[in-house]
Unconditional design. Structure first.
Length: 273
């Protein structure tokens, strides 16, 4: 069959339709499994993440409450929206680039190599949100958290593979934390503590929050939970009991001191030496 741009675009549209369907199914499974794992961890008062529940998916789903099912559905909708948005940008970039290649007289082999490169993760996808407003979390010197508007000034570049990995990791992390939160609240636990690593990979403002306790469903708790949802975040929300089961405040401070956490008065932000 001779190559035509019209035929190519139809095939491309059909391909991404199937990709969206497959990703929806995969996200549903991943998010449900990690939500249940987080819930189970909270019930057992553990902090080990596992996407392999002790029971079958059918048994676990039967034990989900209406609220838990709603939480899972909301997470699936959220991350599916991210996935579809990126796929839409990728489909448009492929279509426009191939059109330019055909107009410039490129061969079918060259077009095939470009498209193959995109799906193999070798080609960068450009996300141009310059001028748009995005929300950003700020933690002040007193550890008070606010959300501010920030104008996007640069384009973002990724590949299909990198974005899929990032989205998968974040979906797993968020669903696990949501499962744990739901179980804690159901158990009558009203507070949680911000925990996690204080190494060079951690964001300084996340390290600053280590050891800080929050009341579930408060404004500050919501902002702190937003920090946990930032890409590649490895921090967690652990139950706070207010007794000897909790890690002493001195230990949290030691971790911050060892990491060289300090407040930069010039930049007006937290930093690590």
């Amino acid at each position: 069959m001779p190559f035509t741009l019209t035929t190519f675009q139809k095939i491309l549209k059909s391909t991404f339709k199937q990709i969206n369907k497959d990703q929806a199914e995969a996200l549903s499974i991943q998010i449900s499994a990690n939500f249940i794992a987080g819930r189970t961890a909270a019930e057992k008062h553990t902090s080990i993440q596992s996407a392999e529940p002790d029971h079958t998916e059918e048994e676990e789903e039967e034990g989900l409450t209406t609220i838990e099912k709603a939480e899972i559905a909301a997470l699936i909708a959220l991350f599916l929206g991210y996935s579809k948005g990126f796929n839409k940008i990728t489909e448009k970039q492929i279509s426009e680039t191939v059109k330019e290649m055909v107009t410039a007289g490129k061969t079918q082999a060259e077009v095939r190599a470009y498209v193959g490169g995109v799906f193999e993760g070798k080609e960068k996808i450009v996300i141009d949100n310059i001028g748009k407003i995005r929300k950003e979390i700020k933690v002040d010197k007193a550890l008070h958290i606010t959300q501010v508007d920030k104008v996007v000034k640069q384009k973002y570049y990724s590949s299909l593979n990198n974005y899929a990995d990032l989205l998968g990791d974040q979906a797993a992390h968020d669903s696990y934390e949501t499962g744990r939160k739901t179980a804690n609240i159901a158990a009558g636990i009203s507070q949680w503590v911000f925990t996690g690593p204080s190494d060079e990979r951690a964001r300084p403002h996340h390290v600053a929050l280590i050891g800080t306790t929050y009341e579930y469903n408060s404004d500050q708790s919501a902002y702190a939970e937003s920090c946990l949802s930032e890409p590649r975040c490895r921090h967690r929300a652990m139950a706070w009991f207010g007794d000897s089961r909790d890690t002493p405040a001195e230990e949290w401070q030691r971790l911050k001191d060892d990491a060289g956490l300090r407040w930069d008065d010039v930049k007006n932000e937290w930093s690590l030496k």
